[in-house]
Design a protein around this ligand. Structure first.
Ligand code: HEM
Ligand code: HEM
Length: 193
């Protein structure tokens, strides 16, 4: 059975954080050179945005709460086994429920990817900062780790974008729009009954 309703999704702050982080990552990875001051500033800006987003996850509206990212291991298993079936339950991506007490509706895969991207972004900026300190100045292993972290991030971002496109076209046509334009999208979902 099809059920259409309007659901609060990503608020303006979450959307601004997302697109600035994405833009600045592209700048740090492709545009500004490792040794430049601009690279360092871009790296610090990314770390600050991730930290603001996490803080917003504690203080912001229910739809942005970090508690929505909590999932059970069995949800992850069942989601993986349903990856290619239709309709999806629980859904692959988050469509933020209006009430925080609907956290059980969380997508395990989407949660894992978000936590993973935030962690890698912070570690990358931290390893970049550490290179500049007196203690670790010129340490080859740290330079290598920083580059490896940036490349791992790049790989996971490619998976993230592929997953978003897959979900957008196969299951949830409002997904990209929810991160671009509006904090409310009309959503059509399949219900059990
Ligand atoms: C280029 C670097 C990118 C990075 C570092 C990145 C990172 C992230 C992060 C950290 C989140 C969690 C956001 C939050 O809850 O605050 C997220 C969600 C999301 N991203 Fe990206 N992203 C990138 C590119 C893109 C692109 C190009 C698209 C569109 C094609 C996209 C679409 C989305 C969508 C739709 C969500 C929400 C998914 C959901 O609600 O489950 N992202 N991204
Ligand atoms: C998430 C944020 C960051 C990303 C994605 C990133 C990415 C990269 C990449 C891809 C490289 C290797 C290519 C190149 O030399 O341009 C690099 C090198 C470098 N990064 Fe970052 N970076 C980030 C944050 C930072 C920060 C915060 C600092 C310092 C405050 C920093 C300092 C450096 C330095 C000094 C190098 C050159 C290392 C060497 O000599 O091999 N980075 N970064």
């Amino acid at each position: 059975m099809l059920d259409t309703k309007t659901t609060p999704t990503h608020d303006l702050f979450v959307r601004l954080c997302h697109w600035f982080i994405a833009l600045l990552f592209v700048a740090a990875f492709f545009i500004v050179d490792g040794g430049d001051l601009s690279h360092e500033l871009v790296g610090y800006a990314i770390a600050a945005l991730v930290l603001f987003r996490l803080l917003w996850g504690l203080l912001g509206p229910p739809s942005a709460r970090l508690s929505l990212l909590v999932f059970k291991l069995k949800d992850l298993r069942s989601q993986l086994s349903r990856l290619y079936t239709k309709p999806l339950a629980p859904r692959l991506a988050h469509t933020r429920p209006a009430q925080a007490n609907q956290a059980h509706d969380t997508s395990a895969l989407a949660s894992l990817m978000k936590l993973n991207l935030w962690l890698l972004l912070l570690l990358c900026a931290l390893s970049g900062w550490a290179q500049e300190t007196e203690r670790f100045w010129g340490e080859a292993w740290l330079q290598k780790s920083h580059e490896l972290l940036a490349e791992t991030l790049f790989a996971f971002i490619a998976v993230h974008i592929t997953a978003v496109l897959f979900i957008q076209f196969k299951h949830q046509p409002t997904l990209i729009a929810s991160m671009l334009f509006s904090n409310k999208v009309k959503e059509t979902r399949h219900t059990e009954k």
